[in-house]
Write a protein that binds this ligand. Structure first.
Ligand SMILES: Nc1ncnc2c1ncn2[C@@H]1O[C@H](COP(=O)(O)OP(=O)(O)OP(=O)(O)O)[C@@H](O)[C@H]1O
Length: 384
């Protein structure tokens, strides 16, 4: 199993810094998602590991050895792209066998010369011995004679995966491989990739901008923004313990509620409404006595309560989303739109325009300063 190490890796395109000082250690066999908004540098980082781009600075190692001097073909890495990059004129079988054929001498690669080549049958048998089990494993063996145009999106995706697998690479790099599939197919193919990773046991590096995909597939998520690492950790760590406001807002659906917290003369206001039940500690630190901060509360950290409750924060519903197993209430609170996750029974009878009230679960409140840095575990006498 192959580990990857990145030390101070940078990539500059003219004066633009696409990747800035990225250091990261990936253990052999891990499933890592590179997650972040469009243009944050995910693909560039992947392409540098594959050898398709050269790092401007820093070191890239694989299995404890530097690979920067190696051309892509010698890195033993398989890459699966968003557009599958299949050869349209070749059959499924020929597409899958192609990387193995390319490792053979020239005489074996040219169709009209191949017939004359000595040992052709042996090579064919050896290639078939590698291709057939992979096609069976991915359930595409019955499509062997079809051309890519005669396949569905999910089938094409599996052919691309099979072609990557036959080389028995040490590392799989995948760049948004599911983005051309519809929602249902994306869910099944996602499960297939997780299963594939479990069965092969090799290192997977998977680029996506879909936080749901990263949350469900990865051992660890690497979240990037503007070329920089924001946080690296298991999915639930990023959800429950985000390093900053960017991470808190990028991970989780619906997006975390972020409200202004203002404290003056021991009086606290959340989203402009007075709060009287704020505990002495917030987010692992003593609550501030004055100043302005931002409080992050996930949709499940707000609980419905009676409108006349002494600690209620009141607002009006503007959308009710019934999702079957739960409902999301969108309400306005002091001019800010927030989301509240409730049981379907709690949402029954609620509609836009209704006045409702919520109480925050202060134990799961996250605190950020005006610049978006997390204010956890610090002593905060004055935040202003
Ligand atoms: N060859 C290039 N020349 C100049 N700029 C480039 C080049 N390749 C990428 N960039 C820029 O570098 C930044 C990072 O691009 P990259 O493709 O790595 O982003 P990404 O996070 O993968 O985005 P997406 O999710 O949209 O694919 C972008 O601003 C892009 O325009």
């Amino acid at each position: 199993m192959t580990s990857i190490s990145l030390k101070g890796v940078c990539k500059r395109f003219h004066s633009f810094e696409a990747v800035r000082d990225v250091s990261l250690d990936i253990a052999g066999g891990e499933f890592i998602s590179l997650l972040g908004p469009s243009g944050c540098g995910k693909s560039t980082l992947l392409r540098m590991i594959a050898g398709l781009e050269t790092a401007t600075a820093g070191e890239i190692g694989m299995g404890g050895k530097s690979i920067q001097h190696l051309p892509p073909s010698e890195r033993n890495i398989a890459m699966v792209f968003q557009n599958y990059a299949l050869y349209p004129h070749k059959t499924v079988l020929e597409n899958v066998a192609f990387p193995l054929l390319m490792q053979e001498p020239m005489i074996m690669r040219l169709p009209w010369l191949r017939r004359l080549a000595p040992g052709r049958r042996l090579v064919d048998d050896q290639i078939a011995a590698r291709v057939d089990p992979v096609c069976r494993m991915l359930g595409i063996d019955h499509l062997a004679r079809r051309k890519p145009a005669e396949l569905s999106g999910g089938q094409r995706q599996r052919v691309a995966l099979a072609r990557a697998m036959v080389r028995q690479p040490k590392l799989f790099l995948m760049d948004e491989p599911l983005s051309n599939l519809d929602a249902k197919l994306r869910a099944t193919t996602r499960a297939e990739i997780i299963d594939l990773h479990r069965r092969l046991g090799v290192t997977f590096l998977y680029v996506t901008h879909d936080q749901g995909e990263a949350m469900t597939m990865s051992d660890r998520i690497v979240l990037m923004n503007e070329g920089c690492l924001q946080q690296v950790g298991p999915p639930l760590e990023l959800y429950n313990d985000p390093a900053n406001l960017f991470v808190a807002e990028f991970i989780g659906l619906p997006k975390i509620n972020v409200l202004d917290l203002r404290i003056e003369d021991r009086n606290a206001f959340l989203g402009g409404q007075p709060i009287r039940d704020m505990p002495g500690e917030l987010d692992g630190a003593p609550a501030p006595r004055k100043g302005a901060l931002r409080v992050g509360l996930r949709a499940e950290a707000l609980h419905l309560c009676p409108v006349d409750h002494p600690h209620a924060l009141r607002g009006h519903i503007h959308i009710v989303e019934h999702l079957g197993n739960e409902a999301i209430l969108h309400m306005s609170l002091g001019g800010e739109d927030i989301c509240v996750r409730v049981q379907p029974a709690q949402a029954a009878g609620l509609s836009p325009g209704h006045e409702i009230a919520v109480r925050p679960d202060w134990n799961s409140a996250l605190l950020f300063d005006a610049a978006g840095s997390r204010r956890r575990g610090e002593r905060m006498r004055a935040a202003a």
